[in-house]
Write a protein that binds this ligand. Structure first.
Ligand code: GLY
Length: 535
């Protein structure tokens, strides 16, 4: 709880960095920049400078902004680059190793965000990360376990040995990252040129050449993050501010909310058959639209107006019946088993002393991305190319399918599910939330918002509550163990729904601004390192 300001991130050291910046008079954007750089050091499985992300900002006067620093396909990328001569997807090529890497956007995005909206000196925001990399920090048990678990991937993907490659890591191990400290110093001293040109760019390109990857100096020189107009919509007396393409998150969230708005779910309750069935059917329809229509708007004419048109959304629910599940058209079934390894995006929510709010989601895609660390530069590269549709109808690692809208093109951004979101209630700041979790991010943000807004749950309860997820294909509801009673599952099965239990899904980090102005920050029980710090 806090009276003044709050940071929620996936790691206590990063939250501490953010809190310190806020206490020094930095605003929410300053703190977000500092936290993201710190996460690149202390949360290497997802925090990054070799990946990308999205930041949604709401200022205390109600104005908003958003920046898209999603990775792009390299200029040498080709539509069928992951297919064999028979036209089949080659397993693993878009997820492990150098060919999986998109042109990183994080450094350009953070620098642009700071230039436009930051208050404090940039060097002071990146310095805590430099110190953490240079002096080292002690691994938590979760982090030690995760680094140990991915040793085989590191061995397979890297040609240059790095500090993450050793037999075991235990809780308390001091992880010193001198190469990363040096790269961060180059960024501190040279701004974007410290990453996209000179020594760091040369190292990235040398790494690509060693591993037959595609990123060239021109890709790095040309990379630019884009300012976007946040996507906005309303649900009853709430305004939703979220991320437009190249993420599908904001659009799908608004679609689902509008589809369910006419129904009295507060009266029914969160675990009532009618509520669960309705939410599932809205999710199914939004993800079907995602697969068919969504991609990078700089390359594809996404019909945003139509997707968010009330008449269209009404028509989407015309075939909804309280008595039976709709059958998703069978194309190629995805596989939720694969989801387990792939939940490692990460999110930070911040509110500063003036009431400015930032919701920032960033990712390398899988745990440690492509597993490739840039030789002698100390940072992992993403495997975001897997978020493209390698072949129409064939699922990616999240079981998501896509079409032409999200086909690979040189310089195009791959479609994301990240959903950094800010919610107003009666015009005032109410919730800041988002999550890692691949395709399950959007449904998690949807359900946590409803838990607070409709079911009156306290934010901790809302975040901790079990979640369920339908993404059109595969035609099955993924549900966290223990979420539904056997009776509810039986009733849902009688309507025609199928279930698959999973250990966990998206991991929410959120802030609730209570009526008296108190800030309630909540990390998720699903990540033991999640940490809220406020004052
Ligand atoms: N890489 C996960 C996402 O952007 O949706």
């Amino acid at each position: 709880m806090g009276d003044t300001a709050m940071v929620v991130s996936p790691h206590p050291l990063a939250s501490e960095v953010g809190l310190d910046i806020l206490k020094k008079g930095g605003n929410a954007v300053d703190a977000a920049v500092a936290v993201q750089f710190a996460l690149a050091v202390v949360y290497p499985r997802a925090g990054n400078i070799g990946g990308g992300g999205f930041m949604v900002i709401r200022f205390e006067d109600g104005s908003t902004d958003a920046i898209d620093y999603r990775e792009k396909a390299p200029l040498a990328a080709e539509r069928d680059m992951y297919l064999d001569s028979a036209g089949d997807v080659i397993s693993g090529l878009s997820t492990l190793g150098h060919l999986a890497v998109g042109v990183p956007g994080t450094v350009d995005g953070l620098i642009r965000a700071h230039k436009k909206h930051g208050k404090l000196d940039f060097a002071s925001l990146i310095e805590p990360a430099i110190q953490l990399a240079d002096k080292g920090y002690q691994l938590t048990i979760t982090e030690a376990e995760r680094i140990s678990r991915f040793q085989q991937g590191f061995q397979d993907a890297n040609t240059v040995k790095n500090v993450f490659m050793r037999d075991t890591f235990l809780e308390g191990h001091l992880l010193v990252q001198k190469d990363l400290a040096h790269t961060l110093q180059l960024i501190r001293d040279n701004g974007r040129e410290g990453f996209y040109a000179g020594e760091t760019a040369d190292k990235i390109v040398a790494e690509m050449q060693r591993g037959k990857g595609l990123i060239a100096l021109e890709d790095l020189a040309q990379y630019e993050a884009q300012w976007r107009r946040p996507i906005k919509g309303s649900y009853k007396n709430f305004n939703i501010i979220s991320m437009p393409p190249s993420s599908s998150g904001g659009v799908a969230l608004l679609q689902m909310l509008e589809m369910i708005e006419p129904y009295p779910i507060a009266e029914w309750g969160p675990r009532d058959l009618r509520t669960v069935h309705l939410l599932t059917e809205a999710e199914r329809r939004a993800y079907a639209d995602r697969a068919e229509h969504m991609g990078d708007t700089d390359f594809y004419d996404v019909p945003l107006d139509r997707l968010l048109d009330s008449a269209y959304l009404d028509s989407r629910m015309l075939d909804f019946s309280m008595d039976s599940a709709t059958v998703s058209e069978a194309i190629v079934a995805g596989d939720f088993k694969l989801l387990k390894e792939s939940f490692e995006t990460t999110h930070t929510s911040i509110v500063d002393a003036e009431g400015n709010a930032v919701s920032l989601t960033t990712t390398l895609n899988s745990n440690f991305g492509s597993k490739v660390m840039v030789g002698d530069a100390g940072f992992f590269l993403n495997n975001e190319m897997d978020d493209f549709s390698a072949k129409p109808g064939v699922p990616n690692q999240f079981g998501l399918v896509g079409t032409e809208a999200n086909a690979i093109q040189p310089g195009k951004r791959m479609l994301s599910s990240m959903t950094p979101t800010i919610v107003e209630k009666d015009g005032a700041l109410f919730l800041v939330l988002g999550a890692p979790g691949g395709s399950t991010i959007i449904t998690a943000v949807f359900q946590v918002f409803l838990n607070v807004a409709e079911f009156g749950m306290d934010l901790s309860e809302a975040v901790d509550a079990g979640r369920f997820h339908h993404q059109w294909l595969p035609d099955v509801i993924a549900v966290e163990k223990g979420t539904f009673s056997p009776e509810l599952i039986e009733q849902m099965e009688a309507l025609g729904h199928e279930f698959r239990e999973v250990d966990r899904m998206a991991v929410i980090k959120a802030i609730h601004v209570k009526e008296d102005g108190t800030l309630h920050g909540v990390g998720d029980r699903r990540n033991p390192d999640d940490d809220a710090k406020g004052y």
